[in-house]
Design a protein. Structure first.
Lengths: 299, 407
């Protein structure tokens, strides 16, 4: 078991013929992920590493049964691509595209919610389930096993790069991951940390979760509330980066767009306190994740 | 986010039928009193800078005659408001205010929807209103497919106790403000105070506006009037930072590079990734190091771009080491990064055997990256150590190279 993706995932890539998307398609196929179709308007009849390309998602859905889409469409066209996926009853949409206008994101998130469709991202590096060898997005690159081996620890991260590094820390501790999810570093995203944790909560395979947090937003505070409400009882090991941002003038962005402290909200120290108070393992040093995991997983 | 100067924001509001006081923009004291004479007294003189809370910083003052206007203009022009030197002023007709309201529209990242916040207690910070008079605040989320209706704006003000002509006027302004928010791809649109004058008129007396950098491509009215990414600096860009912006834009088709100078410091620091850079900056401070800058790149940048960035990091005065630390890459080619580091060191005639240098770089093509670094005499680590281990190592290296500075 895992969350979001498993053997029943029927995957299509929208914007498959782009430079990055075609490279990622090759890597995913080499890893063992089955990609059934791609969509790029005007390129029907072509293929990318053997994956057939269709002009529209509707055409692809007529030929194949599809339920999962990865979006690689440029920012200006991303809104329409996501609406196209929702309109064709795709149930999971992972958006890799960065820099989509916020107004567009707010709109398609609302449309997805109404259609009961799950969105991960925008600005996600992807989702991976190593046991079933399914990866969506660039996550893991061409050497997936270096960071992602099958196991019982879930990873959820606001940073794409740190999704890999956190999963590698899990491996270094002697374990593997059930699913690793890069939720994206933007202020408006489809799946917040809390939403992913609620999925991990129900996944029997996942025994513990590692969470990467950053300044800004209330994602980590919401997780603390979620645990306090009794809805998540597995061990959660959290690392909150960017404590130095509290010493800088308020309202300055460091790193990802969502990483901003405003009106006294979004301070890492406050997030850490709230999580500790809720009973989480909050790592002071990133290295501590290894020791805490080793303690937690033998219990 | 791109912060919008008050005069530009107010022009946009006026264009969309939201009244503001009449104003003029000036850049010296003489122009200021002449503008004030033209507008008629009393006037408000404000520092024209993109940072908020100018009143608290003493950069908003009133004048009743030419002499006062000249004196105040001189005073404010000599100020630096939250690190931004004041170069221009907004001279504005002072309103005769009978009631101050507050309104803002932004995106709520818990509900992922636009949120309208209104209060009948304007003129002070919203945080302060929330603390002292929470009952005077109404929050309303907007369903973007249904839009924000006029009646909803009316209900908000009515619930806050407005009536009669004030209710009608405040309703029209709030409704139009939401249209402006969407039309210009705003991320924040605040009027504080929204003034009701003793003559019964309503006007946006002071505003704060930010627009979405990522939507500037479809905002021709704005793209040349705002500075993209202005929320990434808490002061005007330094000369070196401007050079690094040019480095980033030189090959804009691939990868991003961001360089921020920090005060003092001796560790020249380069990181891959927005998350990793937060981790390593924290780690360096926690382990007693002094990073000289905050720098990150991502998205598989070109060799030229990384070379430019490394040279920037190394050219800040006081930098006594070079430290590259990145998470294991998903798609960034580490051999390209390694080549760039070696090239920058060579071009700057820095010998990594003498100048404390350490690289932790793992991921795509790292066998090659290792070879390149080792051949150039650079201490290289891949996934044999953690990112934090590497931070500790560079600090140890600095201590042994400069034992006199250990305290």
């Amino acid at each position: 078991m895992a969350i979001l993706v498993d053997k029943d995932s029927k995957i299509v890539i929208q914007g498959i013929t782009g430079r990055e998307a075609s490279m990622v398609t090759k890597h995913a196929l080499e890893y063992g992920t089955r990609i059934l179709a791609g969509v790029t308007p005007g390129k029907e009849g072509q293929d990318v590493a053997g994956v057939p390309v269709y002009d529209t998602l509707k055409r692809a859905c007529q030929e194949r049964e599809l339920n999962t889409s990865v979006i690689y469409v440029p920012p200006a066209f991303a809104y329409d691509a996501v609406m196209e996926a929702i309109g064709n009853r795709i149930k999971l949409i992972v958006i890799i595209t960065e820099r989509i206008p916020r107004r567009d994101v707010a709109k398609f998130l609302l449309a997805a919610e109404k259609a009961n469709c799950t969105i991960v991202g925008p600005n996600s590096v992807g989702v991976i389930n190593p046991e079933d060898r399914i990866k969506l997005g660039a996550i893991g690159g061409d050497n997936v096993e270096r960071c992602f081996v099958p196991g019982e620890v879930g990873v959820v991260s606001r940073s794409g790069g740190m999704t890999a590094e956190c999963s590698w820390m899990v491996k270094r501790a002697g374990f593997g991951v059930s699913t690793s999810v890069s939720i994206g570093g933007d202020p408006l995203i489809g799946s917040s940390s809390r939403k992913i944790l609620s999925m991990f909560s129900k996944d029997p395979k996942t025994k513990a979760v590692v969470m990467w947090g950053e300044p800004g937003t209330s994602y980590e505070e919401d997780v603390a509330d979620f645990i306090k409400e009794g809805d998540f009882s597995k061990p959660l090991i959290a690392y909150i980066a960017g404590r130095f941002v509290e010493e800088m003038p308020e309202g300055t962005v460091f790193g990802h767009a969502a990483s901003i402290i405003e009106g006294g909200m979004g301070k890492p120290s406050n997030k850490m306190e709230r999580l500790r108070d809720a009973g989480c393992y909050v790592a002071d040093n990133f290295n501590d994740i290894i020791r805490i995991l080793q303690e937690v997983m033998v219990k | 986010m791109a912060r919008v100067l008050e005069n530009i924001g107010k022009e946009l509001l006026r264009k969309n039928r939201i009244p503001t006081p009449d104003f003029l923009v000036v850049s010296d004291a003489e122009e200021a009193w002449k503008a004030a004479d033209e507008l008629g007294y009393p006037v408000v003189i404000k520092a024209l800078v993109t940072v908020g809370k100018r009143g608290k910083a003493g950069a908003v003052k009133f004048a009743d005659n030419s002499e006062e206007a000249e004196k105040i203009a001189k005073e404010i022009l000599s100020m630096t408001v939250r690190n931004f030197p004041v170069e221009r002023l907004l001279v504005e007709k002072k309103l005769d205010i009978s009631q101050e309201l507050y309104v803002s529209i932004t995106f709520d990242s818990s509900k992922m929807m636009p949120i309208v916040i209104a209060s009948s207690a304007g003129g002070i910070d919203i945080e302060e209103i929330a603390r002292t008079q929470p009952e005077k605040i109404i929050k309303h989320h907007v369903n973007m497919f249904e839009g924000f209706h006029l009646y909803e704006a009316k209900e908000i003000w009515s619930d806050l106790g407005l009536a009669g002509s004030d209710l009608q006027k405040a309703t029209a302004i709030l409704w139009r403000l939401y249209q402006v928010f969407e039309k210009y791809d705003s991320t924040i649109m605040e009027i504080n105070p929204l003034a009701i004058t003793s003559g019964g008129e309503a006007a946006a007396a002071a505003i704060l506006m930010g627009v979405d950098d990522d939507a500037l491509y479809r905002q021709p009215d704005l793209s040349d009037k705002v500075e993209a990414g202005s929320d990434r600096a808490w002061r005007p860009l330094t000369a070196l930072e401007k050079e690094m912006v040019a480095v980033d834009q030189s090959e804009s088709y691939r990868g991003t590079a961001r360089y921020t100078e920090m005060e003092g410091g001796d560790i020249g620091f380069l990181c891959g990734g927005g998350g990793g850079s937060l981790l390593i900056y924290d780690a360096l401070l926690r382990f007693g190091g002094k990073p000289a800058n905050y720098t990150e790149f991502g998205g598989n940048p070109t060799e030229t771009k990384v070379t430019g960035l490394v040279k920037g990091v190394l050219s800040k005065p006081g930098v006594k080491s070079f430290f590259m630390d990145a998470n294991i890459t998903n798609n960034t080619q580490t051999d390209v990064v390694a080549k760039a580091i070696v090239r920058a060191l060579q071009e700057m005639k820095i010998d990594p055997k003498k100048f404390p240098t350490l690289v932790r770089l793992a991921g795509v093509n790292d066998d090659e990256a290792k070879k390149i670094c080792l051949e150039a005499g650079i201490e290289y680590h891949g996934d044999d150590i953690t990112m934090e281990d590497a931070a500790q190592l560079i600090i140890d290296k600095m201590k042994s190279a400069h034992p006199e500075e250990v305290n």
